[in-house]
Ligand binder design. Structure first.
Ligand code: ZN
Length: 155
């Protein structure tokens, strides 16, 4: 058996870091989403409507069940495939919709992706155009990417 020695200071630091983590999760808007607000649940993911719809008819968010900031590539791939399938149902009313890179994410500490239709009259349409995104064309059945910084390089 290995004896673990822990000085009083270490113990204090350990407790503080545990407190900090719990505190972060308790204050995390995604961790606080109630079961009633969850539209669909998967082994590792939850789907919910975003708190602010920003003038869209539909605006969704797929987030990891655990309070994780970063995920491995395979998990991210899984999330995109899942959200693509979900979106084809929820955004069937729209010609096109998109999954957005999290450059303007308000909750950067909890992995999630937002998807919405591309309604030009939406309140965030200007921001949408500036956000790198995966565009799903329901009519054409195609997926393309828009990288505003690359497509329109800053002077
Ligand atoms: Zn969280």
């Amino acid at each position: 058996m290995v004896e673990i020695r822990m000085s009083g200071i270490d113990e204090d630091q350990r407790n503080r870091s545990i407190f900090r983590r719990d505190d972060r999760e308790a204050n995390c808007p995604l961790c606080k989403i109630s079961d009633a607000e969850v539209l669909a649940e998967f082994p590792r993911w939850r789907l919910a409507r975003t708190k602010t719809m920003k003038g869209h008819r539909e605006r969704l968010m797929l987030y990891h069940k655990e309070h994780l900031k970063a995920l491995d590539e395979q998990s991210i791939g899984e999330a995109y495939i899942l959200l693509s399938k979900i979106g084809s149902k929820f955004f069937s009313y729209a010609d096109k919709w998109a999954i957005f890179d999290p450059v303007y994410a308000t909750v950067p500490d909890h992995w999630h992706r937002v998807a919405s239709d591309l309604d030009r009259n939406a309140l965030d349409y200007e921001q949408i155009l500036k956000t790198p995104r995966m565009i799903i064309d329901n009519k054409e059945g195609t997926i393309s990417r828009a990288n505003p910084d690359k497509d329109f390089p800053k002077e």
